[in-house]
Structure formats: C-alpha cells, structure tokens
Design a protein around this ligand. Structure first.
Ligand SMILES: [Zn+2]
Length: 271
C-alpha cells in the first residue's frame, strides 16, 4: 500500500470546540472515545439544509463518521466529518445558563489542554469529560463542584494531582494543614515552604471527596469551603499548564470580584 488513502471510520465523541472556516464551513475539535483528540472539517454547516449545524455545537455527545487516516501516519492532519448523529446534545441545555455554560467551556478547554498530542487515545479522559458534561446537564450537583471534580480528576490522569493525604514533599501520611501549590499540595510542618496557604481542613477534605467521588460529603459543604477549594484547584491547575486557561476566570462562582477565589487561598486564616 503506497500513498495517501482516506479511510472512513466511526467513533463517538464530545465536541470541544467549533471554529469558523470561511463562510459556511467549520473546524470541529473532537475528543473521541477511541481515537483521542482530533480536528475535523465540517463542510456546509451554515446551509439551512445541513443536518450538521445543530449537531456539531460545543459540548454535544455525538456519533461521527470521519474521513481521514485514523492513525495519522499520512500527510494531512485534518479529517473531515462525513456524517454525524446526536447522542445527547448537552450544549442546548447550557444556553441561557451562564454558570453552567462557562463551566462547560472550562471543561472543554481543559480536555483540550490535557491532550497535547492529537490522535493519542485517552479513554479515561474521554469518559471523565463526558461524565462531567452529563452531570452538568442533569444538574445533579452544584456547578462549581462538578467543575472542580473534573479538574482534580483530570490532573490525576495527567499525573499531577495535588497531594492531599500525605505531605507532598516527604510523603508523611496525614492531613497536613499547610498547602503549597509549588510544592505539590498539602505539606507537613517540616516541609512547609514560606508563603504556604493554610486552607480550612474542610477545604482539603472537599478536595479529597471530589477526587474520590464522595458526593455525599461534597454536596453538604458550604459556599466558603467550595470557594476556597475552587481557588486551590485553579491555582494548582494553572501552575501545571504552560498557558493560563482562558475560560476558567469566567466561571461564575458567586465571587464578589472575578478571580477573587485564587487570592483568598494565599491569605493566612485567622484561626
Ligand atoms: Zn513533609
């Protein structure tokens, strides 16, 4: 077999991003179940007869038929969408709901950043992303809890989850009171670097609960604990990403000022 052959293949996927390409075409960024993250051209989505348009909106779970080389060995990296069926178009449910829309945007952007290499399968990240959007759509838990659980578990998949049950530096087990993003999470008194934060014990418990899926504990927390948790999670995530996430500061967390959450955690608690 020589030369470039376009093959047709099917997969199900989450639509992470939709970008304009000329008047009527779109470039769709998909996180697929079996083929990792990839970008594909959808032609003619603006035409009124197109069935693509509504199905290829951000945050939808879709079944797609793609044309291109699924292994990516040959020249063009851009695939094209030849068919698409909606499985569950979650994006529709976030329209007009700013907190959920911005949380979904942060989830989609994070999924893209956690898959730097195209077409590298990551079934667990796919399942995590789909599960988070499904949970947001159902409104089972507070929006910020769903987002922070997603970010914590995504970081765990990437190998940089914050240490919560042992010192990030020396490994001494226990619930340590100090938390340092540069050190990697909770730190014992011996290892605590200058400038470490001292979050409420309930905040670190919430981070653990979100990581392990203890929703009974997470759902019972109050706003202050959730806000402090969000600040620590965001700071930890930003520390590990080369560029800051665009969508995360837009997430409506009920803060008086945008970005206030991350600053709260650097202040010493008066306890
Ligand atoms: Zn230590």
């Amino acid at each position: 077999m020589t030369g470039y052959r376009r093959q047709l293949y099917r997969d199900d996927a989450v639509v992470l991003r939709v970008q304009k390409l000329g008047e009527s075409d779109r470039i769709i960024t998909l996180l697929t179940r079996r083929h990792g993250r990839l970008r594909a051209v959808a032609r003619g989505v603006r035409r009124t007869t197109s069935k693509f348009g509504a199905r290829l909106e951000p945050f939808g779970h879709v079944d797609v038929q793609l044309a291109g080389d699924p292994k990516g060995n040959t020249g063009s990296s851009l695939h094209s969408v030849s068919q698409v069926e909606g499985i569950d178009l979650y994006g529709k449910r976030f329209l007009g709901d700013y907190p959920r829309y911005t949380a979904a945007s942060a989830i989609a952007e994070t999924a893209e950043r956690l898959t730097p290499v195209e077409r590298e399968p990551s079934l667990r990240l796919f399942q995590l992303t789909l599960g988070a959007l499904k949970s947001l759509a159902r409104g089972e838990h507070a929006t910020t809890l769903v987002l922070d659980a997603y970010l914590l578990r995504g970081m765990a998949l990437a190998g940089w989850a914050p240490a919560l049950t042992a010192c990030a530096v020396c490994g001494t087990p226990g619930r340590h009171r100090a938390f340092s993003v540069p050190a990697g999470g909770a730190v014992c008194p011996d290892c605590r670097p200058p400038g470490a934060a001292h979050p409420a014990p309930a905040t670190v418990e919430l981070m653990s609960a979100l990581t392990t899926g203890d929703w009974v504990l997470a759902d019972a927390t109050d706003t202050g604990v959730r806000r402090e948790c969000s600040g620590l999670v965001a700071a930890h995530l930003q520390w590990h990403l080369e560029r800051a996430l665009r969508s995360l500061p837009l997430v409506d967390r009920g803060n008086p000022a945008p970005g206030g959450g991350a600053q709260d955690v650097s202040r010493e608690r008066a306890e």
